[in-house]
Structures are given as C-alpha cells and as structure tokens.
Design a protein around this ligand. Sequence first.
Ligand code: GAR
Length: 215
Amino acid sequence: MKNIVILISGRGSNLEALIAARQAGHLPVNIAAVISNRAAAPGLETAARAGIATQCIDHQTFAGREAFDAALADCIDGFHPDLVVLAGFMRILSDGFVRHYSGRLINIHPSLLPSFAGLHTHRRALEEGVRIHGCTVHFVTPALDHGPVIIQAAVPVLDDDCEETLAARVLEQEHQIYPLAVRWFAEDRLRLENGRVRLNAELLANSALVSPLLR
Ligand code: GAR
C-alpha cells in the first residue's frame, strides 16, 4: 500500500474527506503523517483524533523560504511518502522543493485552473461573472497553482451567489475529487506523459464531474 503525507495550514476539511474515504475503504493508502506550518491549524486535531502522526513546522521560525522548505522536506522524507498531498497548504514552495517531489506532489485549488490561480478565487469568479466555476487537482510545478491536471469538478455560478455560497458549493466538490485523485495515483491508474496526465481508459468517464444542479 502506498504511503502518503498530507500538508495543511488550517481548517483541514479536505484532510477530513481523505481520512473519511480511507476509513470507508475507498482510499487504499497509508496516511503516514499530517504536517502543518501553523500550530493552530484545526486539521492537526482531526488527524490526531484519527490516530495519524502529526508534526508542526512553523515557517515563522525560519530565516527564509529555502530554510523552511529544507526542514519541511526533511520531515516529509522521514515518512518515506510515495505521494505528498497539499490540502490547503498555503505556502509558496521553492523550485528546489517542487523539483525534489516531481511527479509525487499534488495540490487542490478552488478554481477551474488555469483560471483564477492565487487567492480569493470565489470572489474573483463572481466579479468576472463567470457562469461555471469549480476546483482542480493537479501535479505541482514551480509555477503557482499550475501543473498537469488530474481531475476537475465544475459547478454553476448562480445569480444570487455570494462568496460563501459559491465557496460551499465548490468545497463539496473538492471533497469528492481529492480522494478520487489520490486513489487513482495509489492504484497506478494515472501517469504523466509530456506534461499531461493520462488516465487509464476505465477512468475516462469519471474524469469530469458536473454539479447535479446543472442536470
Ligand atoms: C480549499 O478550498 C483548498 O482548495 C484551498 O484552500 C482550502 C483549504 O480548505 N487551497 C488553495 O487555495 C491552494 N492554492 P481545507 O483546509 O478545509 O481543506
């Protein structure tokens, strides 16, 4: 069974979805550790309750990004992960760190990338007046919120949406697609080919989700 390490910075609802999927028998991985850069991250409690090893490496105690990333990589590598899963880990990672985990570092982002990389994705989607919004799981490359897409889920943007309602609709989909993406990796059902993700044929029908509201 593959080993994964999950990195968080806060709430940890995606972490919870991954733990729940594993407990339900839908995610055949060993969650070796959950690491946060913030001691107050509620997700650390969630992990500890589930009996998962937790670590906090506070970025504020390091002189700079490279030093923090080196300590973080040391800690991660101690758990020998096959895959490192960023689940609301709100730090820009140095190129060296990203290269070190090339092909085994994935992230979830609350937009249909390449639209709305960066922060405040839901507010910006509303400001732009887009009709479809969503979330993306992708392999991490040195460019922020960029890299080969594994899976995306789309949701409609409704006329009376505010940031909170839209965020909640997207988050529900995040909790669906992240465990799926990790499962596909764990089962060797996806591969990177010339900078694109190729899925095994039997997954293709599942490679896009559309909110039930559209049906
Ligand atoms: C999620 O919406 C995730 O997509 C986003 O942070 C939130 C974390 O929530 N990540 C990013 O914006 C990364 N660029 P969670 O802690 O409840 O999983």
